[in-house]
Design a protein around this ligand. Structure first.
Ligand SMILES: [Mg+2]
Length: 321
């Protein structure tokens, strides 16, 4: 484990450095508070720090306060070192944000024991962060396919459509539905069905650019949004996705299956006055058309088939008596 020592007294610093190196720590030693802050703000900072209270540039308390002011970084366990040993000083030191306080001259075994406490706290912190990340993932992703879940993909598409409209470019929205998915489940079982869902998700995800979005919209329905998409190439991009699924058989357990998808495509530029929900509805209608046309094909939503809802931003006229 890496540890920072900030101590202006050269002799104490060297002593500390040797002691900690002998205990297996990877030591970074500096002589003042400014350097300490620099180290603690680096890309991969030490997570344990021993800070002398009285140092040039910035004292240990200031370093503690500044480290605690930052909210974005992982936790740093801070131990203040000082020859001040009154209760008042200890309280003051801890209130600056230090986790622990050690009075000089300190006992080596006590120092090591306190550092082990620090390491335990950091381990706990890591586990908490891990749990939080995992909860965040579960709240935003579909657990079977690891794609964005419905709520998140809707939000992302809404944001992207608004952005491409501001930029005068186009978002291509595609509703992709696995053909005869029920048959796969019925014939080969739900485990095979799940395998097919995962593989469709994987192939779709691999076939789009990093700034495009793929989400699981419903059971066997996927929503793909191509951002800043050239309207002229949208159909061929949809055909490409269709080919990626239908062009190569799937392996589910020891079964080889032929799977295909139908795609309903709607371009945000074709539906300028429409809300995202309405665009999705249009893509859905195009998907129905693709299913009706025999499946394993792409259909494009035609603008003008339905009038967009009037924008009700005009104020109602004032009633005159
Ligand atoms: Mg000092």
């Amino acid at each position: 484990m890496r540890i920072l020592i900030a101590e202006d007294d050269a002799l104490s610093r060297t002593l500390l450095e040797r002691t900690l190196q002998r205990s297996g720590y990877d030591v970074v030693a500096v002589a003042d508070g400014a350097e300490a802050l620099l180290e603690l703000s680096s890309q991969d900072p030490p997570r344990l720090a021993l800070l002398d209270w009285v140092m040039p540039e910035k004292d240990g308390l200031e370093v503690c306060r500044e480290v605690r002011r930052r909210k974005d970084q992982t936790y740093t366990y801070l131990i203040l070192l000082s020859s001040r040993e009154s209760k008042q000083d200890i309280v003051y030191g801890l209130e600056s944000g230090a986790d622990d306080y050690l009075t000089k001259p300190f006992d080596v075994d006590e120092l090591k024991a306190r550092l082990r406490t620090g390491e335990r706290i950091l381990e706990l912190e890591d586990r908490l962060v891990e749990a939080r990340e995992s909860m965040r993932f579960q709240a935003t992703h579909d657990l079977l396919t690891s794609l964005w879940n419905r709520g998140v993909i809707m939000e992302l598409v809404t944001r992207e459509v608004a952005r491409t409209r501001r930029e005068g470019s186009c978002t291509a929205v595609m509703m992709c539905d696995i053909d005869h998915f029920k048959r796969i489940n019925d014939q080969f079982g739900h485990a095979a069905g799940d395998e097919v869902l995962r593989e469709v998700a994987r192939r779709l995800q691999l076939s789009v650019r990093s700034y495009d979005m793929v989400g699981r919209y419903g059971g066997e329905e996927f929503l793909v949004a191509l951002n800043r998409c050239d309207p002229g190439s949208a159909v061929s991009r949809a055909e490409n996705l269709r080919g990626v699924i239908g062009g190569r058989p799937f392996q589910a357990g020891n079964q080889r299956l032929n799977v295909s998808i139908s795609i309903g495509l709607a371009l945000s530029t074709d539906f300028a006055g429409y809300s995202v929900d309405e665009i999705l509805h249009e893509a859905d209608m195009a998907l129905y058309a693709a299913k009706a046309a025999g499946r394993n094909c792409v259909r494009v939503a035609a603008p003008g088939s339905r009038k967009p809802v009037e924008n009700k931003t005009t104020e109602s006229p004032v009633m005159m008596q």
